[in-house]
Write a protein that binds this ligand. Sequence first.
Ligand SMILES: NC(=O)c1ccc[n+]([C@@H]2O[C@H](COP(=O)([O-])OP(=O)(O)OC[C@H]3O[C@@H](n4cnc5c(N)ncnc54)[C@H](OP(=O)(O)O)[C@@H]3O)[C@@H](O)[C@H]2O)c1
Length: 260
Amino acid sequence: MGEALVRGLLQARLVRPQDVLVCDPSRERREHLERTYRTRPAAGNAELARRCSLVFLAVKPQHAPQVLAEIGPEVGRGTLLVSIVAGLPLPAIERHLGAPARLVRAMPNTPALVGAGATAVCYGGSATGADRALVRRMFDAVGRTVEVEEGLMDAVTGLSGSGPAFVFTVIQALADGGVQAGLPRATALQLAAQTVLGAARMVLETGAHPIQLRDQVASPGGTTIQGIAALEAAAVPGGIMGAVLAATEQSRALARKHAP
Ligand SMILES: NC(=O)c1ccc[n+]([C@@H]2O[C@H](COP(=O)([O-])OP(=O)(O)OC[C@H]3O[C@@H](n4cnc5c(N)ncnc54)[C@H](OP(=O)(O)O)[C@@H]3O)[C@@H](O)[C@H]2O)c1
């Protein structure tokens, strides 16, 4: 996810490669980033925090407390810290950091890798208007950005954070249906993925309600309404709602682990 952000920021020309410092314990990963993006390596997390006014925290949740403790002595009000760590609330970041940085919490998703991410952001009390504008520009460089209250971050995790996996399941099921109906596998997969992409773009670009768009396709006595009846009979809409809620609950459970 950190690499996706670096790529998006460079492609959008929001930063120059020589101004991006990267810290990763794996030499192979550091060399890959240097080779691919011309970024520069930092000797450690503390050095990176000392030299950068904007710091992204993009490690797994279990590594976050240690990394925050390492960078804590180097950050201050002059540092903007953007955490994308799932399930790590702003107060927990402040506690582990032990220092007063300007904080932003963001939840991107993996389509950021192809510039089509969905990111929700919320801000710590001391983040300024300029910080907010900058953070929006950065995440807009790898997709779309919305602002939410921190209390909604678990729901965001359940919807757009986990959502790509739900949609991959839908794409697979569409393709399986096509194969069952006689299409070659590769053709079915292309048609399924492009159909999901096209339907999503219609929702975003026309602003029309999904039900309105659905009704335009479902002519009386036609093929589509038969398919929709099958979806309803299999409780697919309720199943998808349940998946979002289950993922949200799991995110809440993980966040409780960080409660003081
Ligand atoms: N993937 C998603 O869909 C997604 C979506 C939203 C948010 N997130 C959040 O983004 C964060 C990163 O997720 P990811 O999927 O990108 O994980 P990842 O691929 O494992 O990336 C984490 C990176 O942090 C490095 N790292 C580990 N310990 C470190 C340390 N002490 N100092 C500096 N770097 C260290 C890892 O290096 P090594 O591999 O060498 O250990 C790895 O390159 C997570 O907190 C996750 O909750 C992920």
